[in-house]
Design a protein around this ligand. Structure first.
Ligand SMILES: Nc1ncnc2c1ncn2[C@@H]1O[C@H](COP(=O)(O)OP(=O)(O)OP(=O)(O)O)[C@@H](O)[C@H]1O
Ligand SMILES: [Mg+2]
Length: 285
């Protein structure tokens, strides 16, 4: 880890007023600028609660008891699972304008910013459309555009693709890749879509009953196959196959393959090394 974190939780515990047991327990988590961090855990493990806490909405907007410290060094945008429940505007333009209006922008600035963020999420020309009459992927991209309008450094997304079909989910992850690459955004995303997470994240954390059971770079994270399966986390097939081939001595552990193409490349690297060793051996004879 290098430099000052852009967002950090130290020793944070939280219980909802309604519940008895703490939902987050003495949790430590640090995010560096530009990092993409995935959050996984079975249903009820506290993913949404953790993201609300990172965003500062817990404890600000929720009744309960909070302990510990949260530090944030930037503006944060948040996007939830079901975009439709968040829409209040009759048009896409209005929807995005809402997040800007109480920030003191002029009408002209608002108009320009709407155009910019629609461009960013690939929805140019959608200004006058009703947000309710879009495809799932488009709706979620409007929600992301609204979150991006105020130019946050950090974007937090809670299961942004769980309500979407595969095409919509792919659109959203493509956009997240682009926001990292082109806008250098720091992104935290919870999801059950572990294949997409494995491709997208630098680091993944596993929540289990309010504890961070794992916090590891993505490749090492997904090698904890036994623990992950015990926690109900789907480990992508290709990662399992790669792991097995590593145990058989047929592949090196890293980089882990996520696609058939990556696995072919891993075999090719092994083959080249083998050939290299042969040549050196022949040379020395
Ligand atoms: N507003 C609330 N009031 C009281 N308890 C809550 C509230 N929201 C969540 N909880 C409880 O906190 C725990 C963690 O819930 P949370 O929604 O953070 O889990 P999650 O990992 O996001 O689950 P899912 O995968 O189903 O979205 C659960 O036991 C849940 O019942
Ligand atoms: Mg949740």
């Amino acid at each position: 880890m290098t430099g000052q974190p852009i967002l950090s939780l130290s020793d944070v515990s939280w219980s909802y007023e309604e519940g008895q047991a703490p939902v987050l327990r003495q949790l430590h988590l640090q995010l560096q600028a530009g990092e993409a961090v995935g959050v996984v855990g079975r249903s009820g493990s506290g993913k949404t609660t953790l993201l609300l806490t990172l965003a500062g909405l817990i404890p600000a907007n929720y009744a309960g008891s909070f302990a510990g410290q949260r530090l944030a060094a930037g503006e944060i945008g948040i996007v939830f699972q079901d975009p439709e429940t968040q829409f209040i505007g009759l048009t896409v333009e209005e929807e995005i304008a809402f997040s800007l209006e109480n920030k003191g922008y002029s009408d002209q600035q608002i108009e320009r910013r709407i155009e910019e963020v629609l461009q960013l999420v690939g929805l140019q020309g959608f200004e006058a459309r009703s947000p309710f009459e879009l495809s799932g992927g488009e709706k979620q991209r409007v929600a992301i555009a609204s979150a991006l309008a105020v130019s946050p450094q950090i974007l937090i997304l809670d299961e942004p693709t769980s309500e979407l079909d595969p095409k919509g989910a792919a659109e959203v992850f493509q956009l997240l890749h682009r926001l990292r690459r082109e806008e250098k955004m720091t992104i935290v995303v919870s999801s059950h879509a572990t294949e997409e997470l494995a491709r997208f994240c630098d680091r993944v954390v596993l929540l289990s009953e309010g504890d961070l059971r794992l916090d590891l770079p993505t490749a090492s994270f997904f090698q904890q196959i036994g623990l992950l399966e015990q926690e109900g986390i789907f480990v992508p097939d290709m990662i399992k196959l790669h792991h097995w081939l590593t145990e058989q001595g047929q592949l090196q552990a890293e980089p882990t393959s996520l696609t058939v193409e990556e696995m072919i490349a891993a075999f090719q690297r092994m083959e080249e090394q083998r050939r290299g060793r042969h040549e050196r051996l022949n040379h020395s004879l």
